[in-house]
Design a protein. Structure first.
Length: 417
């Protein structure tokens, strides 16, 4: 009897733990008598009807890869199934290789593509998606983190801790910009765990659009408070998604700024760290206060890190769950770990009914977790300006009169908790 065939592909950016999903799904598939085809670079070639870029996967090929970062199937943001004709071409390409079921691993874009493939294929193809992103912005049930996030945070904390020591040794400040297009989970998780001087995320700013000064002022206030206490060093963590909220002209965005295959601006190309460094340095210099500031982008070095035990174990559950759902004839959908079980939710479970796209999980700034984060940061607080002795000390450090000091920094106090 001919073996049924399951295909596996990876789309979007890397995240620690991808290989764990591939390994577990392959092991379970082979144990249940399925042949496994790994499609290289996601939908990039399948979109063109090319189903030849594959590797056969067997247990010896994958038994130890759950310890490794990256993706043995590579990954790509290329390829789209928005057009129905393209979608049919992909399904036909898969079927030409005998694929009866498909496991996709990726973020919201790949999840959307998986849902469209399932709808387009009907009974010809079963599709199960495994969600991943280091941004942690997919609304998984029970508040569980997306796989890859915990590892990215772990290594991000190590980087920030090292920078904190460097800052103390050299007497300078670092502005660390972390990945996170839509939400500030990764920045907040890194900043809170590392004990950064200040962490800023998009969710704490209510305005739809921000000026550079909206970000510069709280950073400047934190640096001033540290200077008044006799310290010239610190680390500020910023979510890269803040850059999209700033007037492009303030970041000197060029007309031809590169976009990714989905039409989104590459946030790593936006010079937010540099613009803030320049703005804050000049602001202090105008008053005769010398500060040394450097910017640092932290992101790409986190995406292919070897998964920590949490993600190595977590992804084995997800890979098993995806293949088990296929082998038992479960409905198409997204596999998650929920209430101690591995379950498959329908594709539309995470969709925004207005747009049809995956809902974004934002940081809830009304929780105790966020409150703890801000409490333990070196933000300029109301009591610092209300206390006559502290106010006088801050004014002397800033080389301003007390009235000007209060007028300049009062706006950042509304974020005080």
């Amino acid at each position: 009897m001919k073996e049924p065939v399951v295909g596996i592909l990876v789309g979007g950016g890397p995240a620690p733990g991808i290989n764990g999903v591939i390994a577990a799904a392959t092991i379970e598939a082979r144990n249940q008598g399925w042949k496994v085809l790994g499609f290289l670079e996601g939908l990039k070639y399948l979109e063109q009807g090319d189903a030849g870029r594959t590797i056969d996967l067997d247990i010896p090929d994958v038994s130890r890869i759950h310890f490794t970062g990256g993706s043995i199937l590579l990954t790509s943001r290329r390829g789209s199934v928005q057009d129905r004709e393209v979608c049919k071409r992909v399904v036909e390409a898969l079927r030409s290789r005998g694929v009866e079921a498909l496991i996709t691993i990726g973020g919201d874009g790949t999840a959307g593509a998986a849902a469209r493939l399932a709808a387009c294929a009907g009974d010809m193809l079963q599709v199960v998606h495994v969600p991943k992103t280091i941004d942690n912005d997919i609304p998984l049930p029970g508040g569980l983190s997306t796989f890859g996030y915990q590892t990215a945070r772990h290594y991000g904390v190590s980087v920030v801790q090292s920078l904190m020591e460097d800052a103390k040794t050299t007497g300078r400040w670092y502005l660390v910009v972390t990945m996170g297009r839509n939400a500030g989970h990764l920045a907040l998780g890194i900043g809170k765990a590392a004990g950064a001087s200040l962490t800023l995320i998009p969710e704490e700013f209510g305005e739809e659009h921000l000026k550079l000064t909206d970000l510069a002022l709280p950073i400047e206030a934190t640096i001033l408070r540290r200077l008044s206490e006799g310290r010239r060093d610190g680390v500020v963590v910023l979510a890269e998604g803040l850059a999209e909220r700033i007037d492009p002209k303030e970041l000197q965005r060029q007309h031809g700024m590169e976009r990714d295959p989905h039409g989104k601006i590459r946030l790593t190309d936006l010079p937010m760290g540099y613009a803030l460094r320049k703005h804050i340095t000049e602001s202090f210099k105008e008053r005769g206060v010398e500060v040394s500031i450097m910017e640092k982008l932290v992101g790409y070095e986190l995406r292919c890190a070897a998964p920590i035990p949490f993600d190595a174990e977590y992804t084995r559950d997800l890979g098993f769950g995806a293949m088990n759902a296929i082998a038992t004839g479960n409905e198409n959908g997204i596999v998650c770990r929920h209430m101690g079980r591995v379950v498959v939710f329908p594709f539309d479970h995470f969709a925004d009914p207005r747009t049809g796209t995956t809902r974004i999980r934002y940081v809830d700034t009304h929780t105790e977790s966020f409150l703890v984060s801000t409490r333990y940061q070196l933000r300029l607080r109301r009591k610092n300006l209300e206390d006559p002795e502290e106010r006088a000390k801050l004014a002397a450090t800033a080389r301003m009169d007390e009235e000007s000091l209060v007028r300049r920094y009062s706006p950042v106090l509304v974020m005080d908790r």
